[in-house]
Design a binder for this molecule. Structure first.
Ligand code: UT7
Length: 323
């Protein structure tokens, strides 16, 4: 018997507090004009003290389970993609598992920074294809605000906090059926790890460290790598660029989104954009954007949805889904 993964529910959750560009300009040497012009970001959500990745992830999970119409007890596996776990260990996923009232199934975290959700989705999909799980909760959740150097204007204006989740369910398919997650494509190049990293962590010192980024270099790699992985996903399934109904990209910079859309020949109304309101929420950005477009009715059953992301590592990837 062959199985595919269907996304049967999506959910998300954002902290209440909105921080505008103007507010940031009061503490660092920046301006609303510079941030909007270079990134498209107008505001971001910032978690309050004590509001953790697990707390955001749990809310997103509850929303996704409700949308899927299943109870948490039915889950075989919980995967949380995060770079900002509540603790060094245990995993944030096991914390979410407990918050959902579960002591069955398995739970673990995945670390691929901004590509984390695509990595976690790929792992969940492969568990289902292998017949090892029937229902999988995949979450991308971050409180990036905790690892930002709030005095570094080149990074502190770029990020925000949030969480998004999807529920995957196994569906029996015949050879040649093109439904659900059609394929996922993952890449990394560890030689480029110094372009985007934190200067802390258990292996370096006792602090979690702060985000350091060579923005212009990362930008250059993002444009090239995302175009390549998108082509790879389409070619693997015999589709043309014109077959895509929706692009749900990682939300790092509006200029990167525009560049990818242009390469795909997609008009802006086929691209789900949240970067203006969420900024870059790392592993949460794709599922946050996906949930918004599913809930407001843009993404409809039968449509072809392309998700992609790139982040520290460097890591990058794509997922093609027949909704
Ligand atoms: O999610 C993971 C993947 N991450 C990304 O994809 C991020 C990719 N990179 C980017 O999005 C862009 O490179 C940035 C938004 C980070 C920066 O934009 P840029 O157009 O590449 O600017 P830049 O780094 O070349 O800096 C241009 C100028 C510099 O001043 P000088 O040296 O020309 O005098 C910066 O110091 O802008 C200055 N600058 C700022 N000015 C006002 C940098 N940050 C700011 C700021 N406000 N916040």
């Amino acid at each position: 018997m062959a199985y595919c993964s269907r996304i049967i529910g999506t959910g998300s959750h954002l902290p209440e507090r909105i921080v505008t560009n103007a507010e940031l300009a009061q503490t660092v040497d920046t301006s609303d004009e510079w941030i909007v012009d270079r990134t498209g970001i107008r505001e971001r959500r910032i978690a309050h003290k004590g509001e953790t990745t697990a707390a955001l992830a749990f809310q997103a999970a509850e929303n996704a389970l409700e949308a899927a119409g299943i109870s948490a007890q039915e889950l075989d596996l919980i995967i949380v993609a995060t770079t900002t776990p509540d603790n060094t260990f245990p995993s944030t996923a096991t914390k979410v598992q407990a918050m959902l009232g579960l002591d069955t199934g398995a739970a673990f975290d995945v670390q691929a920074v901004c590509s984390g959700f695509i990595y976690a989705l790929s792992i969940g999909d492969n568990f289902i294809r292998a017949g090892q799980a029937k229902k999988v909760l995949v979450i991308g959740a971050e409180v990036f605000s905790r690892i930002i150097d709030w005095e570094d204007r080149t990074t502190c204006v770029l990020f925000g906090d949030g969480a998004g989740a999807v529920v995957l369910q196994a569906e029996e398919v015949k050879a040649g059926d093109k439904v659900g997650i059609l394929s996922t494509h993952l890449h990394s190049d560890g030689k480029l790890r110094d372009l985007l990293y934190t200067d802390g962590g258990p292996g370096t010192n006792s602090t979690v460290g702060h985000v350091r980024m060579l923005g212009r270099e990362v930008f250059r790699h993002a444009v090239t790598n995302l175009a390549a992985v998108v082509d790879e996903a389409l070619a693997a399934n015999g589709y043309e660029k014109s077959d895509i109904d929706w692009l749900v990209p990682h939300q790092a910079n509006k200029r990167i989104l525009d560049g990818t859309a242009k390469k795909l020949g997609l008009s802006e109304d086929r691209v789900v954009i949240t970067v203006d309101r969420h900024a870059n929420t790392s592993a949460a950005s794709v599922p946050l954007a996906l949930d918004e477009a599913v809930r407001d009715g843009r993404i409809k059953k039968g449509q072809l949805v392309l998700m992609e992301a790139m982040g520290g590592g460097l890591t990058w990837g794509a997922a093609l889904v027949r909704w």
